[in-house]
Design a protein around this ligand. Structure first.
Ligand SMILES: [Zn+2]
Length: 272
């Protein structure tokens, strides 16, 4: 009888250990791909988790759908200049997170116009990148949340397109030229983590140890915030920066007394 109890306890411990090691925070040596509509959603949505993954030596590839070249109230700002500014800010933010700029891929679509892109080509681009990098996990925007559903078309399109590309990537008959011309074999993404999840969140990552790093990364996006979004300036007035940091500290999602990032975790065709 004692033997049976020991075996059961042992199996339970093993299962717990296996589950703990399966947590993304514990991952090492994996390939992580992030598909983000704009160059700031990655850090807002999963910057803490990415910091933890970067610290553990995982390879992180950031794919950015748009160049974010519209969101400024400064009447003297041009789209070309804003795209350059946003690119530099993204590189600075990712440097804080621990992702080198060589790992950032820009698709270059116009800000706010991702839904006007040719759908088959857009999906094919993302599919090809997935087949090239063969990630262990793909992060993207959860397209089903209320803000994404009704207000943010790039977020909606980025989320749906990424999900479509994940499906296409595993069947060789989607975009067959990838295999026939480029020699890219089909690939099944084992895990999806959709950020900006709220109502359907089912997975939370404790980012308490990297909150300051995440906030520092967010503040690299100077032109996304007042006063720079109204009248561009490349640096922070220390007082404005302090106010933003204070605001961001109070805004983090909390669960069980810890600062977390919430995800809708899915495997296969959005099963859990
Ligand atoms: Zn965005």
């Amino acid at each position: 009888m004692k033997k049976i109890v020991c075996v059961v306890v042992g199996l339970l411990l093993f299962a717990c250990l296996a589950q703990a090691q399966d947590r993304v925070e514990q991952w090492k040596g994996k390939t992580v791909m992030v598909f983000t509509p704009h160059p700031d959603d990655d850090v807002f949505g999963c910057g803490g988790t990415l910091s933890l993954l970067a610290k553990n030596g995982n390879k992180i590839i950031i794919v950015i759908y748009t160049n974010d070249n519209k969101g400024s109230f400064d009447l003297e700002m041009t789209s070309e200049r804003l795209a350059r500014i946003r690119k530099a800010e993204q590189e600075a933010a990712m440097a804080v997170i621990g992702v080198p700029k060589e790992n950032i891929i820009w698709m270059g679509y116009e800000d706010g116009e991702l839904e006007y892109a040719e759908p088959k080509a857009l999906c094919g681009q993302a599919t090809k990148l997935i087949r090239q990098y063969r990630p262990d996990v793909v992060f993207s925007v959860d397209p089903g949340e209320w803000y994404e559903r009704w207000h943010k078309s790039d977020h909606r399109m980025g989320g749906f397109n990424t999900a479509d590309a994940i499906r296409a990537a595993e069947f060789h008959l989607y975009y067959p030229d990838h295999l026939l011309v480029d020699g890219l074999k089909p690939y099944k993404v084992p895990l999806m983590m959709f950020y900006y999840a709220a109502t359907e969140a089912n997975y939370w990552v404790d980012i308490s140890s990297v909150v300051d790093q995440k906030i520092k990364a967010i503040t690299q996006h100077v032109s996304q915030f007042e006063p720079s979004i109204n009248k561009y300036r490349s640096d922070w007035d220390p007082k404005d920066l302090a106010n933003l940091v204070e605001y961001l500290k109070g805004r983090g999602t909390k669960k069980d007394g810890k600062v977390v990032e919430a995800f809708r975790r899915a495997t296969g065709f959005n099963s859990q």
